[in-house]
Design a protein around this ligand. Structure first.
Ligand code: ZN
Ligand code: ZN
Length: 397
């Protein structure tokens, strides 16, 4: 069993958060990741906490308008009223992107509950770190669903904690899409700093997250955005991240980190144009973990998010978050092997179990093999552009 102060928060109900069968946002990601961690002996049932039941009405109002919550509840029934079905678009529930489905209210509530529990346990000091893989639905807006997100669990959980504790929160979003819903919620709010590194909104949904979006009124300066060029590769991604995140945290000095670990910046991801390898997903939690101990007395909550190469990328990327958080011996083995330039094979049992479920060729190692991702010819130009943007995004710190 892992250190009792570190827990993996997960509810089986999160798997009912599923749009159509072939929709890219698929709950199989949770089973794939849990299974991979179990196969290397890094996760056992005693590590997993089921979130408790909450008064959801009260919580949802911290992030959403009452009329929106009512509409979601009705659209979540097996026979929604005709007038709502016809007007679902008004609530962002478009047919192909974020379609409504029976049971979506309960499924989305179970995700909110997991993030609320994770933040609460860490803020109260009962846990030091908590990982809620099903959380991180960062595009949901007060009155609209967007980008596969119905309720904004991070916004709700942070506000719920701030009702009882005067804490400064740094929200770190490494999903390839801008964390627009969380930024918007706290745009005028100095007690939450939102940091997002993503593919530039010039080419990717949701079209926001420019470096000059810095917050308003009392919250001016507590919104940080690092928009990267399409085809950005590992080194430039990581340099931009480390430079801007260290500046941000030195300047902001938070009491708690809430990080969102969407893993859709990988070159294999079908929904974006960044060109990174699994290497960034090994490094991201490592840096955040270090900063949580240096600045926040260890208080760190990690969430999942996007990630649409379900079999090849998500299970490895999300396993790295838990291995790092738990400081697991298996991670030390992985890193030692890497220093000797050796690849570490994925467990045979895991490969056997899941190769029957997909027609895709599963990766054989924890790392991406050399040559599996093509080098980008415009690397120099992209790197220079990213460096310039990274400097602009934190220029007054
Ligand atoms: Zn995303
Ligand atoms: Zn730690």
């Amino acid at each position: 069993m892992t250190n009792p102060q570190i827990r993996f928060i997960h509810s089986k109900a999160a798997s009912s958060y599923q749009f159509e069968k072939d929709h890219p946002f698929h709950p199989i990601r949770y089973d794939l990741t849990i299974s991979l961690l179990e196969h290397v002996g890094a996760l056992s049932q005693t590590d997993i906490l089921e979130p408790p039941k909450y008064d959801m009405e009260d919580l949802l109002l911290l992030g959403h308008q009452e009329s929106y919550i009512e509409a979601i509840k009705l659209l979540s029934t097996t026979q929604p009223p005709v007038h709502l079905k016809e007007n679902a678009e008004l609530y962002g529930l478009q047919a192909d992107d974020t379609p409504y489905f029976a049971g979506m209210h309960e499924a989305a509530c179970s995700i909110v509950a997991g993030t609320v529990h994770a933040v609460e346990e860490v803020v109260q000091g009962r846990l030091q770190h908590a990982y809620h893989m099903a959380g991180g639905l960062h595009h949901a807006l007060p009155n609209r669903a967007a980008g596969f997100c119905i309720y904004n669990d991070a916004v709700i959980a942070i506000r719920a904690a701030q009702r009882q504790h005067q804490i400064r929160v740094l929200y770190i979003d490494t999903d390839v899409h801008h964390g627009d819903g969380v930024q918007l919620a706290f745009y005028a709010e100095p007690s939450v700093c939102t940091y997002s590194i993503h593919e530039t909104g010039k080419f990717l949904f949701p079209g926001t997250g420019y470096h000059y979006e810095r917050g308003i009124e009392q919250g001016y300066g507590t919104s940080i955005n690092v928009p990267l060029e399409p085809y950005t590769e590992d080194e430039s991604w990581l340099n931009s991240f480390e430079y801007t995140l260290r500046k941000t945290i030195q300047h902001y000095k938070p009491d708690l980190i809430v990080s969102q670990h969407g893993c859709d910046a990988h070159a294999y991801d079908p929904l974006s144009h960044l060109h990174c390898s699994i290497g960034i997903y090994e490094r991201i939690p490592q840096l955040i973990h270090e900063l949580a101990h240096s600045y926040c007395n260890g208080k760190w909550v990690a969430l999942g998010g996007g990630g649409y190469d379900l079999f090849r990328v998500v299970p490895r990327a999300w396993s790295y978050v838990w291995l790092e958080m738990a400081d697991h011996a298996f991670l030390h083995q992985l890193l030692e092997a890497k220093q000797k330039r050796n690849l570490t094979p994925l467990p045979k049992g895991w490969l056997q179990q899941w190769s029957t479920v997909t027609t895709q060729q599963l990766p054989l190692y924890w790392q991406d093999e050399a040559g599996s991702i093509q080098a980008i010819p415009r690397r120099e130009e992209i790197t220079a552009r990213n460096k310039h943007i990274a400097e602009l995004s934190v220029q007054d710190m």
